[in-house]
Design a protein around this ligand. Sequence first.
Ligand code: EPZ
Length: 420
Amino acid sequence: MDKIIIRGGRKLRGSVAISGSKNAALPIMAASLLGDTPAYITNVPCVTDIRTMADILAALGAKVDFPSPHEVVIDPSGLCNPTAPYELVRKMRASICVLGPLLGAIGRARISLPGGCAIGARPIDLHIKGMKQLGAATRLSHGFVVADGTGMRGAEVFLGGRFGSSVLATANVLMAAVKARGVTRIEGAACEPEIVDLTHFLCAMGARIDGIGSHTLRVEGVRKLRGARHKLIPDRIEAGTYMIAAAITKSELLLKGARADHLRAVIEKIEEAGVGIFESSGAIRVNGKGKRRVVDVTTHPYPGFPTDLQAQMIALMTISPGISVITEKVFAERFMHVPELNRMAASIFLEGSSAIIRGVKSLSGAPVMASDLRASAALILAGLVARGETVVDRVYHIDRGYENIEEKLRGLGAEIERVR
Ligand code: EPZ
């Protein structure tokens, strides 16, 4: 099992290229099943979740090729098998987003239930409710959700859940609706940039969707869709992670390819923390050299502060002078990184779905354990400024969503290496 070793205390400088968005790539790869001809997707991040999705699509009968590490061609013409196997689904909760395309493409699906993970239970009740409202028959059987979509018609679908909108439930209902006869209105839809990118891809395939970027989507079913060419948006969570890397090390960095319009809530909070953020064409310049200030953050669905940057923000606050409160409103148990940061001499305590952080003068490098994708990133950020050596174990978590993180950070001047 690989480990990443960081020796803290180095300033960073230079520019880093932001990769394509993993969370846009996954539903867009699944949506390729809806076309009659191959789809060609570029700016694909070289991360393991992309390969897992490729394996799932291949298991369903599609032909998936990577002409280069950052391009994927998906030919759906061989699609025949409705079953997404447990051994692949258990590796990646997002596998559930083949449910909608399978129903839209071949009218049936049998998907292993995703189960829970380090950031909490990952229910799919909204996904099921949406499919039922479109007229699909669904049942749970032996750990699988089994759906028959032959009777699907356009319908009114409401997707607001206990925690607000759901990104992948919106993606699933959208992908099931684009070929359902009639008009579908989705109320309470997620409006994350990744959903907007998915709707752009579906429209390029010939789908008819209005209300793009809003919480209400209107879909007019069409009979046929064709494969399309599509360049993925940049990964806003990777960009936010490097923004915080500049802040925590008090460095100045240029994030090439980052889109500030996808990061308004994050930029506002990081500027409040004393960091200078300057937008230039196709990049964001971050100047973290000023004095740090504590900020309070509450995570929300987009356009609120993203839950996927909550752990990284806590890492920044551990060495900011004062008390800060960071509240998690999307995945209430998403605090596995807190005990690990406390092992690095941070002073954080949890009160319900809030972390109360008392800034300390410095962190102390230690062996720590990654638990989920974004918690791993937070531990690496902490390692950049901790005194001495930090060893992050189980870095397969980080490889799921960050392309070459140790090479990118080493290129910026960090003392970081991967040991196999
Ligand atoms: C997507 O997951 C992202 N994954 C997550 O990123 C991200 O944290 C999450 O959206 C929130 O932004 C991908 O896009 C592949 P949700 P998703 O459905 O769609 C509850 C990462 O690090 N809920 O928007 O699965 C759910 O429990 C990953 O890249 C239901 O109650 O998340 C949560 O509390 C981690 N019932 C809230 O809604 C449902 O049927 C939001 O979850 C579905 C969700």
